[in-house]
Design a protein around this ligand. Structure first.
Ligand code: SF4
Ligand code: SF4
Length: 341
């Protein structure tokens, strides 16, 4: 069990935080109970988002029932100044707070998104104002693109970054995380189980926690799952030879089928959000089947149905994924789910 400081924010928290995605897929009473249990056991960093439907409200309810001090982080996908302001006000209402410790620009996909975010009428300016007004403590950003995060670290506008990090997506550990730490930009590692692909909590958490200086967020919807993670957090993170072999085995199994969300395959000639389609099963697993019918996924699915099999994306995927075939497989799976529901 270790604590760390999120770079120049000065926020000091336990290195295992609570991720707010899975509590959407259970009833409210269970969700509130799980958050409260985690906080009572010692969690002092909780991350959520405007995009996670009921998550902010449930976390807000749970935190009303405890005296413990918890650092709360939320985020918005809106790119404009007015848009992020509207989202922040909604976040504050849902969380039942007058102040959020960290507010992040959520899922900034590429340079184009980023330029919009940092423009004079962009979300970043909206968050600067909110910080001056005392509504938020610090400003962060989240992205799946390591190239973009690299630029963000060079620009130095944001106080924290959130990056995918697991033994199936280890690249951030080589370049992004050390650079961020050197620049005193706080690092929050997301998706330690690679969106539910890694079954072994022990292997997954030991791997990410063995990277010093970062906070890792793990989402759970049951007290029992939380206790399992918390027990691992309290142990040592040294992987033994057997565990390393097991990790290599899992890496081999998923080597040619697991999308690392790096976006190097873009741009797609049909504007298909490839990483979203290849990761669709894990999104549905974490956020529930309704996501196929509502929100942003149906649009992505429609686009994917227009894949022309041109193969251009495959020439750019560093992991050699057979992208058009994987898109077809995932669309077949989606159609089955639609028939079943
Ligand atoms: S094969 Fe499909 S996904 Fe790949 S670039 Fe062509 S249209 Fe896009
Ligand atoms: S398909 Fe390949 S290049 Fe595209 S996001 Fe996934 S791992 Fe990266």
């Amino acid at each position: 069990m270790e604590r760390t400081v999120l770079g120049k924010t000065g926020i000091e928290v336990e290195r295992l935080g609570f991720g707010g995605i899975p509590i959407q897929r259970v009833g409210e009473a269970q969700a509130v109970e799980t958050v409260l249990h985690a906080v009572e056991r010692g969690v002092d960093f909780i991350d959520t988002s405007r995009a996670y439907t009921t998550s902010e409200r449930r976390i807000g309810k749970a935190l009303q029932q405890t005296e413990k001090r918890v650092v709360v982080a939320s985020k918005s996908q809106r790119k404009s100044l007015d848009g992020v302001r509207a989202d922040l006000e909604k976040s504050l209402r849902e969380l039942q707070r007058e102040f959020v410790d960290l507010y992040q620009c959520h899922f900034v996909r590429d340079e184009q998104d980023y330029e919009q975010v940092i423009s004079s009428k962009g979300a970043f300016q909206g968050l600067i104002r909110a910080k001056e007004e005392g509504l938020i403590g610090h400003i962060g950003i989240t992205s799946h693109s390591l190239d973009l995060l690299d630029r963000i670290l060079d620009d130095g506008l944001f106080e924290t970054i959130m990056v995918c990090f697991s033994f199936l997506e280890p690249l951030a550990g080589e370049k992004i995380i050390p650079k961020a730490i050197e620049k005193r930009i706080g690092v929050i590692g997301m998706k330690p189980f690679s969106g539910g692909v890694i079954d072994s909590a022990r292997l997954a958490l030991k791997y990410v926690l063995s990277q010093p200086g970062i906070v890792v967020i793990a989402g759970v919807e049951h007290k029992e799952l939380f206790d399992e993670n918390w027990e691992i957090f309290q142990g040592n993170y040294q992987l033994d030879d057997g565990e390393r072999r097991k990790i290599d085995e899992i890496r081999r199994t998923y080597g040619k089928s697991f999308c690392r969300r790096c976006d190097y395959c873009q741009p797609c000639t049909e504007d298909i959000p490839i990483q979203m389609i290849l990761g669709i099963r894990s999104v549905v697993k974490r956020m529930g089947k309704e996501t196929i019918r509502g929100g942003w996924l149906p649009k992505a699915i429609d686009k994917a149905r227009h894949c022309s099999d041109c193969g251009e994306c495959m020439t750019r995927c560093p992991y050699g994924l057979a992208i058009p075939d994987l898109i077809k497989e995932n669309l077949e799976w989606v159609d089955e789910q639609l028939k079943l529901s």
